[in-house]
Design a protein around this ligand. Sequence first.
Ligand SMILES: [Cu+2]
Length: 169
Amino acid sequence: MSTRVKAWLRRLAAAAFLALTFAALFGLIAPVAGLGAASTGKTRVFQIDSERFQYSPARIKANKGDHIYIRLTSSDVTHGLYLDGYEMKMDAEPAGMGQMHFIADKAGVFRFRCSKTCGPFHPFMIGQLEVSPNSPYQASIALTLLAGLGALGFVALYGHKLIPGGQGE
Ligand SMILES: [Cu+2]
């Protein structure tokens, strides 16, 4: 190979390396700055009715980052709803309605249970909120790892060529 071609290849390699490094840095910074995930949150309104000794629906689902509104009504006596993990609670009297609003900033499966003693099976009055990890957020993390691995692999393969006077000469 002529020296001109070698020099050109080296410059190309350096440019690719820089591009990968920037991609990796941006991938790391973007989710932290909220560019990747914050804009994807949806508003979800759940209407849960309570009746001795169950909630309906008893299972609700959302994605991380969603704005969640839960409205609680009761068809018989006063019930409550305490949400584990988010440590929030509300009550619903027979003619009234309880409400809570929060941003699902934690992924996982969280139990909610009745917080008003309503009868013999009160301790078994439970439900669950499932918060799935936000996929665009996960994708940005995967991209970051990929870019990082790419940069590492590149350095491992061609790093010696980036140093003037190295083995690649
Ligand atoms: Cu209850």
